[in-house]
Design a protein around this ligand. Structure first.
Ligand code: NAG
Ligand code: NAG
Ligand code: NAG
Ligand code: NAG
Ligand code: NAG
Length: 407
């Protein structure tokens, strides 16, 4: 009797200590009190949304329910050929991942095999099972042959002796290429963000890996912010921007800003896509950010930018919330300018872009050469027409306009 209760109380103490080492005393309580959000039930569902079937939470993570104020979800989109990024991303993120995968027609089958491989064969499968929620979506006009319920599909054994089904795929053979379907990137972005259990999200691209420890650091940072002081809430909405870098294919991804600075000096790292679209990624005060020596390891805001003025083409990736303006689902990856309407809305709403120091994103190793720059598709012309004629008028009706905000 005595021994059992002794064991129990030491377990209680252990949990308590773990919790403190995870999140500073009081941070969670503060966030619970001041973050205005409602937790939701974690479950799978199927629905038709616009011209797509969306199988939300087809794969559910073992983490189960999560209070909305207590964590941050990385929300992202992909087709199955990008699933090699899941484990390297989770090894660094170690927090919930909400992933929308576009799987039209016969692309559905290799998508399922890729998922099974990640869940059963990959050395990192524990992380995938623990943290990864997967949503599948496809056009109502391009249904897969069979879609079984997840309970059935996910019980199938994967072929662990073969290569990962997402590797060395000939893109031209994919159903999507053979049927010249555009990649509905914003549909995926919105599906993944809508499914987030947490209020705070990092809506990003799956090849962008964050610095380790970012989520607990960010929660502490939020706890220290004015959200804990009534009457001192910021008047403008704000998000926290992560700067993006690329590294050579043969080096490992830097974990800290000093490591990154060394690699920038040696040329092993460079700011993201500088020679492809400088205006999209530079953001204000990049050189100063790179130059500044690190005095504290804590997350802090280095400088504040706005979308207007000289940064009209800036496409920052940021830690924000599920309530930030959505992505326009008519815009596709091939059409480009896919984040422009969200950016316009954020400009009109006068969002502040607080650029973080001591945290950043690094693209999967390998520096893109201008040679293999993003192809210009004929769809881009169509997008420009759509934005100029239709979307920009709608955006002005919905959000209004403001000096310096252009679309
Ligand atoms: C930690 O939390 C406990 C219980 O909520 C509280 O009594 C204590 O004062 C807190 N300590 C600090 C340093 O905030
Ligand atoms: C598994 O993959 C290996 C290697 O590609 C292949 O030889 C084998 O036939 C596959 N097994 C099944 C059951 O498909
Ligand atoms: C966020 O959720 C994951 C999965 O449950 C957990 O491992 C992690 O510790 C959580 N992060 C924080 C800061 O509580
Ligand atoms: C990586 O490759 C570059 C050339 O592509 C070479 O200059 C550099 O020394 C290599 N670095 C390492 C760590 O192997
Ligand atoms: C960055 O540092 C270098 C060398 O110390 C200096 O020449 C340069 O002016 C600095 N640039 C900025 C923008 O601070």
């Amino acid at each position: 009797m005595f021994r059992i209760s002794g064991l129990l109380s030491s377990l209680v103490v252990l949990t308590f200590v773990l919790e403190i080492s995870c999140l500073e005393n009081g941070t969670l309580a503060k966030l619970k009190k001041f973050v205005n959000c409602e937790s939701k039930a974690y479950k799978s569902s199927n629905a038709i949304y616009k011209d797509y079937w969306v199988l939300e939470n087809y794969v559910m993570a073992d983490h189960g329910d999560i209070p909305c104020y207590s964590n941050v979800t990385y929300t992202t989109h992909a087709d199955y050929t990008y699933l090699d990024n899941v484990v390297p991303l989770l090894e660094r993120w170690r927090s919930p991942l909400s992933l929308a995968i576009y799987a039209p027609g016969t692309d559905f089958e290799p998508t399922i095999h890729s998922i099974l491989y990640l869940l059963q064969c990959h050395p990192g499968h524990d992380l995938v099972r623990q943290l990864c929620s997967i949503h599948l979506y496809f056009d109502v006009e391009h249904l897969p042959q069979v879609v079984l319920p997840p309970e059935t599909t996910l019980r199938e054994p994967a072929n662990c002796s073969g290569p990962p089904p997402y590797e060395n795929v000939v893109k031209g053979n994919m159903y999507r290429s053979r049927n010249t379907l555009d990649y509905p990137v914003n549909m995926g972005r919105n599906v993944a963000r809508r499914a987030s259990l947490t209020h705070y999200v990092l809506a990003s691209d799956i090849e962008l890996y964050p610095t380790p420890g970012l989520v607990p650091d960010y929660m502490h940072f939020l706890g220290r912010q004015v959200i804990g002081i009534p009457g001192q809430q910021p008047t403008s909405p704000l998000v926290h921007v992560l700067r993006i870098f690329e590294v050579m294919a043969n080096v490992s991804v830097p974990n800290t800003k000093p490591e990154l600075q060394e690699m920038l000096k040696s040329g092993e790292a460079v700011p993201f896509h500088m020679d492809i679209c400088e205006a999209c990624h530079r953001g204000p005060n990049l050189e100063e950010w790179i130059n500044a020596s690190v005095v504290s390891k804590e997350l802090n805001v280095f400088n504040v930018g706005h979308r207007s003025e000289n940064n009209n083409n800036w496409e920052p990736i940021f830690l924000g919330t599920v309530e930030d303006p959505p992505y326009d689902e008519r815009l596709t990856w091939e059409g480009q300018r896919d984040k422009m309407t969200q950016a316009y809305a954020m400009c009109v709403l006068d969002y502040e872009f607080h650029i973080l120091d001591n945290a950043f994103l690094v693209h999967k190793p390998g520096i893109k050469q201008p040679g293999n720059r993003k192809e210009i598709f004929p769809q881009a012309r169509r997008t420009n027409g759509l934005i100029d004629k239709k979307i920009s008028r709608e955006m002005r009706m919905m959000y209004g306009s403001r000096n310096g905000c252009v679309i």
